[in-house]
Write a protein that binds this ligand. Structure first.
Ligand SMILES: [Zn+2]
Ligand SMILES: [Zn+2]
Ligand SMILES: [Zn+2]
Ligand SMILES: [Zn+2]
Length: 468
């Protein structure tokens, strides 16, 4: 029992109350059923969406517990290492926390150790962010609670009325008995066709969306600048990209997606996105809504229609006997192709190909040696061997990063309080561009003075670095 997920139940304490001893089996079953209904109603009481909310609250508990207690605990450290750090959204949460100045070097230490180990093991991939895992498990528990109570009319009516978001309603639809699934799919279709529901219902809740939106707004001038450079020459744009103090692959990935979403949100003339170009995943629906524009409502309507069509197909399959019912769930849950996710992949692939082509020119290879270079995440995702200059620059940047992290950790120790604290103390803010450039959406780290406040040196021995 070493995680916050074991400290609090996602549902009311009644879930842990066992039926009275000495009662008949039927009485115990009835009590369990009643407890499940109580828990489900408790979950549904606080508005949209019970499952998203349980996921987010569990992730927040995990982070809080990590910050104050178990960031030095062996099992937790192993999980953060195996994932090569936390995901971009949860790294951003840590960066925004008051603990960032002393905790980030410790997290980066784990991320760098784990990431470089994975890089040295061909074929291995980072595990899932442990904070996301905790959130996913809580969402699963909330879904199970709702499923156990689905037979109660009050619970069923709430779910049919849109009490949980569409993605979670869709999941529930595939897990209830097929006759109930048919009805739930019908009511979800009716809600979609009626329209007027907020993005939090149609795409699920996304606590990171406002933070992402602010970052993506900072990319807008870079979209214009890249167009200017590309008009001069392809090499001119490439040089401007690698001269940015960030991973050029992360920059292209986010900049080109921003360009696509801005086009989709604002273009209303004959060149506006066709219906088949409008399909977006939940994350990108939130990003599109945040950009805003005269075409947003049309794109959202297209996406509602596409989801409605999938529900209709699901309902038809349910009516086609045993074979249709066997296929219906997997059809409904199959991930539709998101235009913006495809754009991310294309942008990275094309920028990596351009990088490889440019590095054949010795003059460009020498210029690349002076740049930030690609991030560790993109090195882990690189198909085939890294070109020699890319590998050398990455190795050099990570070696310096290792020294800075070690130095920042060493200077967290009370016994080094007489030493001068310089720029190495801001490594926590800067390192994400080298480890995973998605944290700042492909942008350079925000400029910040090194934090040299003596009171930041943790007094709690738990908070002092494990390094001597
Ligand atoms: Zn939800
Ligand atoms: Zn995460
Ligand atoms: Zn990158
Ligand atoms: Zn997407």
């Amino acid at each position: 029992m070493n995680g916050p997920e074991h400290q609090g139940s996602p549902v009311s304490p009644r879930a842990r109350v066992l039926p009275w001893p000495g009662r008949s089996r039927r009485a115990k079953a009835a009590e369990r059923k009643e407890a499940a209904v109580h828990d489900a109603l408790h979950l549904l009481r606080n508005g949209l969406c019970a499952v998203c909310r349980e996921r987010d609250e569990s992730a927040t508990r995990w982070l809080s517990y990590f910050i104050v207690e178990n960031h030095t605990e062996e099992g937790t450290c192993a999980r953060v290492q195996a994932a090569a750090g936390l995901c971009p959204a949860h790294t951003r949460r840590l960066l925004g926390d008051a603990s960032a100045s002393w905790l980030m070097p410790q997290v980066l230490d784990l991320a760098l150790t784990g990431g470089t180990r994975i890089l040295g093991e061909p074929g291995s991939r980072p595990a899932r962010c442990p904070c996301c895992v905790a959130g996913g498990e809580a969402a699963q528990r909330a879904l199970d609670t709702l499923l156990r109570a689905f037979g109660r009319q009050q619970v069923r009516e709430a779910l049919e009325g849109g009490a949980v978001c569409l993605p979670h309603t869709t999941l529930l639809t595939t897990r209830v008995p097929w006759t109930d699934g048919l009805h739930l799919a019908e009511t979800a279709s009716a809600l979609l066709e009626a329209g007027g529901r907020e993005t939090a219902w149609s795409a699920g809740m996304d606590a990171d969306a406002p933070v992402r939106a602010a970052l993506l707004d900072r990319l807008a001038p870079l979209v214009v600048e890249a167009e200017h450079q590309q008009r001069l020459s392809v090499t001119s744009r490439w040089k401007a990209d690698v001269a940015t103090d960030a991973c050029p692959l992360c920059l292209a990935e986010h900049r080109e997606t921003r360009r696509l979403l801005t086009w989709a949100a604002t273009t209303t003339d004959r060149g506006h996105p066709a219906r088949e170009e409008s399909a977006l995943c939940e994350r990108h629906l939130h990003d599109l809504t945040a950009i805003g524009g005269p075409n947003v409502e049309a794109v959202l309507a297209d996406n509602r229609d596409q989801r409605s069509a999938r529900l209709l197909r699901f309902r038809r399959l349910l009516g086609e006997g045993r074979k249709g019912r066997a296929d219906a769930g997997s059809h409904l849950l199959s991930v539709p192709r998101c235009r913006a996710c495809a754009e991310e992949r294309t942008a990275v692939r094309r920028q990596a190909a351009l990088l490889s082509a440019q590095l054949h020119d010795p003059a460009h290879a020498r210029e690349y040696e002076q740049t930030h270079g690609i991030c560790l995440r993109h090195a882990l995702e690189w198909r085939g061997g890294l070109p020699a200059p890319v590998h050398e620059v990455l190795t050099a940047r990570l070696a310096l990063l290792r020294w800075e992290i070690d130095e920042a950790l060493r200077k967290q120790d009370w016994h080094t309080r007489h030493e001068h604290k310089g720029a190495e103390m801001s490594v926590g803010q800067r390192a994400p561009t080298l480890l995973d450039g998605r944290v700042y959406a492909g942008l350079p780290a925000p400029g910040e003075q090194a934090d040299v406040r003596t009171e930041d040196v943790p007094k709690n021995p738990h908070l002092i670095s494990r390094r001597p």
